[in-house]
Design a protein around this ligand. Sequence first.
Ligand SMILES: Nc1ncnc2c1ncn2[C@@H]1O[C@H](COP(=O)(O)OP(=O)(O)O)[C@@H](O)[C@H]1O
Ligand SMILES: [Mg+2]
Length: 199
Amino acid sequence: MPSPKRFATSPPLRSRRSSDPDAVASGILEWSYHSRSAADTDRLGRLVGQCSQRGAIVALYGDLGTGKTVFVRGVASGLGASPRAVSSPTFVLIHEYQGQWPLAHVDLYRLRNAAELEHVGLSDYLDGRTVVAIEWAEKAGPELPQDRLEIHLSYGEGLSRDILLKATGQCSRGVLTCVKQRGARWRAAAMAPKTERAR
Ligand SMILES: Nc1ncnc2c1ncn2[C@@H]1O[C@H](COP(=O)(O)OP(=O)(O)O)[C@@H](O)[C@H]1O
Ligand SMILES: [Mg+2]
């Protein structure tokens, strides 16, 4: 029988800010982003796609409708694959796209139990050259690679979403460092007076 731990829900967001001493001590890198719209979430996903190296793992967590698929569409677009093709798979749990690197979009929403995971074939895509984006990543249990960029999405006010990005290893830290640097430029541009932005 599968261990119930495999289906544990994602860790609470707000206790895991970068100022969290446990996170800092373990070398985990975190960055939080406040998305104001679907387009904003798409843009962040695109940045992750642009910053991703071969074999990057993007593990997405969050309730239904928080924007995981929107985010993956952005990743596809950032990798140069067609974002319009990305949808939540109904029967097939994995869809492949061709961009700068191959992208596998895995959606484990319909996975009923851990035993079914063996038939999904997730491990076939963990080949070090495919970027793998996994919705409902908590259901992947021990198959989820240790080094992954975790994306935790939660509902905010109105259309907004709180998005916490968390790197758990060397490869994902490289991706997140790139995202943080470029994202900081967005924030600076957004805060600059209009005349400066127009230049
Ligand atoms: N800030 C936002 N970020 C992402 N999606 C948003 C946002 N605001 C509204 N939405 C809408 O929420 C829905 C998210 O759907 P989807 O990405 O399929 O969610 P999930 O894959 O997490 O179940 C879309 O209809 C999208 O247009
Ligand atoms: Mg989805």
